[in-house]
Design a protein around this ligand. Structure first.
Ligand code: PA5
Length: 443
């Protein structure tokens, strides 16, 4: 991967950049020596190189068994317990996976509380063979817990207790939480989420690896990519390293008041990669009224919806473009003798070439419009490159968090809505707030 920062230069204040750069080795040291805030959640740092061979083999074996007996594989989880898997699977599977007939199709539940969504899902599951993974580190998160209660009954009704148990895998904490107790009682196959790896950093644990393997993706290549990036960060904890360059530049832009970072892709298969990145950065940095707001767009699609704002709206934005050098297939624009649509000027060119020119034209236009562009250039979208990107963004996230002087590994703000929801639902222990909340809502 290459980092192109040339389209940020006109916006950067050298003194500010130099000041952040001068502290980069120290910032790495805070991560590697575990001396910073949230230091009990740094298990992801050595995770790629320390993944046990026996764990990988076990995941592959379980995945092969589930693949054999499933038309559909349901991943039940929310936030960090599903976004990493979905990011990788959607980046590597056919764009029209549901229509190809390839099995198993991975679908998701427990990431919303939509009654209609679950009804539609079960109507499909009635007619298909399926298995599922229920993933929750805490083992108590409401959304996946509800979906799992419903789907557990569905799968038992369909296959009976014993066969259903062989079709359910639970991925959770080694001891805590209702899900662990439930899995023990029911005899489900269980994988452990390490104590020192938070949800949004857990894609390279069974949380991400099992669903990715069930989707038929080579998890060893994903891990190999992450190992390369891990080695690079450890060998060069300095400004030679693209991770540092990204973290430094985005922090320098933030200090200039550019408080919104838009992750841009030109390949629709990267939409969920941006969703994973948004959670990673939003949940890690949005604290103490600080942090860059992470947003995302898919171009050129969104140039026809968000392009106007980015070009010409409030100037508090910068973009990080994932630029893919090589498409996986080749498709050229045909020549037509009558040229009625006036496209012969690009006849013979590959679509990816046109896409690339749109990207370069947009980078320059947005730079001219006052929007700095960071470009992360990757050779192709493959398991190995995604593994590199995952570690790249995880390490940059930790460095950025320490530059902001927040704890990048907690998420105290996520509790606020939960407390209100529990009080409104009358959950034991939350009764005292119920009346006040009902009054505020006029109910
Ligand atoms: O990154 C995080 O810690 C969160 O986004 C969690 O992954 C998310 O809230 C789901 O939590 P759990 O896995 O405990 O169900």
């Amino acid at each position: 991967m290459k980092l192109d920062l040339s389209h940020t230069k006109p916006f950067l204040d050298n003194a500010v950049v130099n000041n952040i750069e001068s502290r980069i080795s120290e910032t790495y040291k805070t991560v590697f020596d575990k001396t910073g805030a949230g230091n009990d959640f740094l298990g992801w740092v050595n995770l790629p190189s320390e993944i046990d061979e026996s764990l990988l083999a076990d995941i592959e074996k379980t995945a092969a068994e589930l693949r054999k007996k499933s038309d559909i594989f349901v991943v039940v989880g929310i936030g960090g317990s599903y976004l990493g898997a979905r990011a990788v699977i959607e980046a590597l599977q056919n764009h029209f996976a549901p229509l190809t007939g390839e099995k198993p199709l991975v679908v998701y539940a427990g990431h919303n509380m939509s009654e209609d969504y679950l009804i539609d899902l079960m109507a499909i599951l009635d007619k298909k063979d399926y298995s599922l993974a229920v993933i929750s580190k805490s083992g108590t998160t409401t959304e996946p817990a509800i979906a799992f209660r419903i789907l557990k009954q569905h799968i038992i009704n369909k296959y009976g207790e014993q066969e259903a148990a062989s079709r359910i895998v639970a991925i959770t904490d080694k001891a805590k939480g209702a899900l662990k107790q439930l899995a023990n009682v029911k005899g489900y196959k269980t994988y452990i989420v390490p104590d020192d790896v938070g949800g949004r950093f857990s894609v390279l644990t069974p949380v991400g690896l099992l669903p990715i393997a069930v989707a038929g993706i080579d998890i060893r290549k994903l891990v190999a990519g992450a190992i390369e990036m891990e080695k690079l960060c450890k060998a060069q904890p300095n400004m030679e390293n693209p991770v540092s360059q990204y973290a430094v530049v985005r922090h320098a832009l933030y200090l200039k008041g550019l408080t919104n970072e838009i992750m841009v892709n030109y390949e629709p298969r990267l939409v969920y990669f941006s969703e994973w990145w948004k959670q990673l950065y939003g949940e890690s940095h949005g604290k103490q009224h600080k942090g860059i707001f992470p947003a995302s767009v898919t171009f050129s699609t969104d140039l026809h919806s968000m392009g106007q704002y980015i070009q010409d709206g409030l100037r508090n934005l910068f973009e990080t473009v994932i630029s893919v050098e090589n498409a996986n297939h080749e498709l050229r624009i045909p020549t037509e003798s009558d040229d009625l649509d006036q496209l012969n000027y690009i006849a013979g060119k590959r679509i990816s070439e046109v896409n690339h020119k749109a990207e370069l034209g947009t980078v320059l236009a947005h730079e001219d419009g006052g929007v700095p562009n960071i470009r992360i250039v990757i050779p192709e979208i493959s398991a190995k490159v995604l593994g590199e990107l995952i570690y790249f963004f995880e390490m940059a996230c930790a460095l950025s968090g320490y530059m902001l002087e927040v704890n990048p590994f907690d998420q105290p703000g996520v509790e606020a809505y939960k407390k209100n929801m529990f009080a409104l639902l009358g959950k034991k222990g939350f009764e005292t707030q119920t009346a006040t909340l009902n009054q505020r809502l006029g109910i």
